[in-house]
Design a protein around this ligand. Structure first.
Ligand SMILES: *Cc1c(COP(=O)(O)O)cnc(C)c1O
Length: 348
């Protein structure tokens, strides 16, 4: 039996129809700005997100980090949730590439408050020279939140936090690698989620089934600046239309399938939550990521035993486990994953 791979929603494989679309894509040279498929993807993504323009890049890490670079100057301070992907899981790029200082916000499952933003920026006082502290110039938000177990930002909270940031003169960047999932789960349009932000990064390989690629959307001016930094980091990828065609196919054909993906994740969570030795609140499983804690044994031992039995999940810390659902995981795979999780738990 094939291994059920729930390590990440990036483990999806392109479908036959997607490969067909990629095989026959019109292409040009992305660096010269004349790849028609890339341009089509950029325009369609910008429209969906309600922005003037968008720029396609190979990875979500690149769109986030180029986005941060476009907003800041070296020495600036940037507000991140303490468990933000851009801060924790992008190879130290904010420091190494943009030369910015992180200021961390105490989010709960990645969701923080307007008061957290105000406290992190602080109050200037005329007795103290404004040139001394690092200026805070950017606020980053992640929706859905990866480390937060795919948590969706409530729209009201999102608007509070972004208006607080705006009032403090901050640039606003949304790491929306999984924004598709937020929208599919709540029915809130992508455009509405994107509206408060200057830049929005979205990922076509996060459960949409495209082999790779992300877009950074924003105002014409910010996207033009981002295009310069994309080139600087070697992101000009020539006949990129071949992979952009996979992303376009995903955007058009696969977004409507996400509710089924979420249903599988929810069913897995509800079953695993019943098992002895597991701490999991299924109500926290809002999208395609399931995170749970083991109350006995180690996450490493569980993951290794599950792997031996045919289920690939990731240990996260000493007792945390992550399982991520995507299009390739069928209801039957979900059933088998539940059975294997129960068997692996029994061995701990
Ligand atoms: C995966 C992910 C990224 C990075 O995307 P890559 O294409 O893997 O570089 C950024 N942000 C979040 C929230 C992610 O989950």
């Amino acid at each position: 039996m094939a291994l059920i791979d729930l390590r990440s929603d990036t483990c999806s494989r392109p479908t036959r129809a997607m490969r067909e679309a990629m095989a026959w894509a019109d292409v040009g040279d992305d660096v010269y700005g004349d790849d028609p498929t890339v341009k089509e993807l950029e325009a369609e993504t910008a429209t969906l997100l309600g922005k003037q323009d968008a720029v396609y890049m190979p990875t979500g890490t690149m769109t986030n980090q180029v986005g941060i670079r476009a907003h800041t100057e070296p020495g600036d301070a940037v507000l991140f949730d303490q468990n933000a992907h851009v801060y924790l899981l992008e190879g130290g790029a904010p420091a190494a590439y943009s030369g910015v200082l992180p200021r961390l916000l105490p989010g709960v499952r990645g969701i923080f408050t307007a008061a957290d933003v105000a406290a992190a920026v602080g109050q200037p006082h005329p007795f103290f020279p404004a040139t001394v502290p690092a200026p805070v110039t950017l606020l980053c938000v992640e929706n859905t939140h990866n480390a937060g177990g795919g948590a969706v930002w409530p729209l009201e909270r999102l608007l509070e936090v972004t208006s607080a940031g705006r009032a403090l003169g901050l640039g606003l960047h949304l790491d929306g690698a999984r924004l598709w999932h937020a929208s599919a789960a709540t029915g809130v349009e992508l455009e509405e989620y994107g509206a408060p932000f200057d830049t929005v990064s979205v990922c076509f390989s996060k459960a949409l089934g495209a082999p790779m690629g992300s877009c950074l959307a924003g105002s014409a001016e910010l996207v033009a600046r981002a295009r310069r930094f994309k080139q600087q980091v070697g992101g000009g990828f020539r006949q990129a239309g071949i992979v952009a065609a996979g992303a376009l196919h995903a955007l058009r054909e696969h977004r409507s399938l996400l509710p089924e993906v979420h249903a599988n994740a929810r069913r897995f969570a509800e079953a695993v939550a019943q098992l002895d030795g597991v701490d999991l609140d299924p109500a926290e499983v809002e999208t395609n990521i399931v995170r749970f804690r083991l109350t006995r044994g180690t996450a490493a031992a569980f993951a290794e035993e599950a792997h031996r039995l045919g289920l690939h999940v990731l240990p996260s810390g000493a007792d945390g486990v992550r399982a991520v659902f995507y299009l390739d995981i069928s209801p039957a795979d979900t059933d088998r994953a539940i059975t294997i999780a129960a068997k692996a738990l029994a061995t701990l």
